[in-house]
Design a binder for this molecule. Structure first.
Ligand SMILES: Nc1nc2c(ncn2[C@@H]2O[C@H](COP(=O)(O)OP(=O)(O)O)[C@@H](O)[C@H]2O)c(=O)[nH]1
Ligand SMILES: [Mg+2]
Length: 301
């Protein structure tokens, strides 16, 4: 029996559900998810090993989650768009994911243009069908099928896990014969340190509001295993002292809440006790700083 494998890029506008889908497909929390824009900043790989089935090959799918397609108006945003282009270049298949309940807007057209230009096979995923009345689906499929010759159009709910078995089956069939790219027990390309920074950033985004999502970056300054626990120290960067005030909160309560939520999740990720120390630092205009934006990119570290 043959073995199919390949790289499958997940592309779409912000909030379409790309990261939720990646996590659901891989069955592990590979990418952080919030309802805030710019939650995903780099391309993230998540691996799924698929057993052969009733005459169908098994294989390994390497999914690539990407930042949402957006206007590249800062250095960080330009960097995020580069990540999308990189994900489109080196792939065997593209999953274009849209919020089926949303109107098709300029943002969707921008994504579609990108995907068309990249050439190659595209599956269109109509996500969030859990929010949709069943009779609304057919007209939506018709509308989208006029926009591009999609190889498949598949309604799904990434959140509820609806139709993902069908999606995985169709992906495996579409992928070529190939090697196992990653060991079977590896579910992401991100080192633990990066996962830790992302978990902390997720808690910051979940617990704060307003402009902080854009302005926040997390840098791990210490990550050390002692016999009893893992010691992690991290800096949360923001751009202004007012934001620092928000992050620390009244009597330090906000930072404490962020720390507790992050520590609990880190402990379950690492499978051991974690001692977590958080600091808040102000770095004005870091999103425009080439060296700092590069420093955040673990692939370059
Ligand atoms: N109702 C519903 N919400 C979803 C679904 N998939 C994602 N979401 C929500 O949409 C928001 C954005 O999800 P996320 O995966 O971060 O989107 P991304 O920006 O494309 O990576 C989050 O609040 C998710 O919980 C879905 O299938 N149904
Ligand atoms: Mg995302």
């Amino acid at each position: 029996m043959s073995f199919h494998s390949g790289f499958v890029s997940i592309i779409g506008r912000p909030n379409a559900g790309k990261s939720t889908l990646l996590n659901a497909l891989v069955g592990e929390k590979v990418a952080i998810v919030t309802e805030k824009p710019q939650t995903t900043r780099t391309r993230i790989q998540g691996m799924l090993n698929v057993k052969p089935q009733r005459g169908r090959a098994g294989g390994q799918i390497v999914f690539i989650d990407t930042p949402g397609v957006h206007r590249p108006d800062s250095r960080l945003n330009r960097k995020m768009m580069q990540e999308i282009h990189a994900a489109l270049e080196s792939r065997d298949l593209v999953l274009l994911i849209v919020d089926a309940a949303d109107r098709i807007g300029p943002a969707d057209e921008q994504v579609l243009e990108l995907v068309k230009k990249s050439g190659g096979a595209v599956f269109l995923l109509l996500n969030k069908i859990d929010k949709l009345q069943k009779d609304k689906l057919l007209p939506i499929i018709e509308k989208y099928s006029k926009l591009h010759d999609f190889q498949e159009i598949i309604p799904i709910s990434a959140m509820k896990g609806e139709n993902l078995d069908v999606l995985i089956d169709k992906i495996i069939r579409a992928l070529p014969d190939g090697p196992r790219y990653f060991p079977e027990d590896q579910f992401t390309d991100q080192p633990e340190k990066v996962l830790a920074a992302e978990i902390i950033r997720e808690k910051v985004l979940l617990k704060t509001s307003k402009e902080l999502p854009y302005a926040t970056a997390v840098v791990i300054e210490q990550f050390e295993d002692t016999p009893k626990l893992t010691r992690i120290a991290a800096a949360i960067f923001c751009e202004r002292s007012g934001q620092k005030g928000i992050l620390i909160g009244k009597g330090g309560q906000m930072l404490k809440d962020i720390g507790t939520a992050a520590r609990l999740e880190l402990e379950s990720l690492l499978g051991r006790k974690v001692y977590l120390e958080l600091f808040v630092k102000v770095k004005a205009g870091w999103r425009e700083s080439a060296s700092f934006v590069d420093e955040l990119d673990w692939r370059r570290q």
